[in-house]
Design a binder for this molecule. Sequence first.
Ligand SMILES: [Zn+2]
Length: 262
Amino acid sequence: MRYFDSHAHYYDRRFAEECSMGVDQLISTLLSDSVSYIINVATSLENAMEAVAQAKRYANMYTALGVHPSDTRFIDREMSGYLCELEAQILSSENKCVALGEIGLDYHYEDTDKLTQAKWFEAQMALAEKLSLPVVIHDREAHGDCLEMIKNFPKVRGVLHSFSGSTQMAEELIMRGYVISFSGTLTFTNAKKPKEVARNIPLSHIMIETDAPYLAPHPFRGRLNHSGYLEYTNRTLAELHNISEEECCNITNENARRFFSL
Ligand SMILES: [Zn+2]
């Protein structure tokens, strides 16, 4: 079985610091063993270059480039110039950039102004529409406002990563052509709500991800996460849909390939 990791951050410093075999060796091993593709997701221009450079070293690693809502507070440049540079990065990635992200809203921490987040989210939705790229959306405790933004861009399609909303929200998103992605949080013993959502929505609109180095699945919760742990999320999803792990792996793999046009 080969799992498609639809969301990971392999340029994150934690890999360099905590991975004993080295991050390059780790990625090579994963891609020749149990992982079909990895989408290496950037969170700002600062790590976009690293994300692309890393992706260029592996045939089956691609990137999503964009500004994460929590990173908007560090930007002291004008938005238009910053986004011009982002667009240039995307266009010069030699087809390695397959989505715009991660973008969205994060209301969990109170250190980033909501209006600033919304301005960046909106501008990047417009950029995705212009470039005909799907979006990777980060939505933490901002479900209503995220949905409103999505409704304002009916031509854009995307994925809600590490989904934490309700079944009703997921259904609304699916109706709009969106896909739902579940991370290791689906396997947590107290993950009643995500499990209920994952069970209630069609498998045809579900992808799996690690969000590595974060969100390692049960029983590795809190440890350094990597794409090799996707089997745990896949197993939970297969159980919820009463199908074999292999079938679940094949379906989520095909869903992600279709979503990222790979
Ligand atoms: Zn992420």
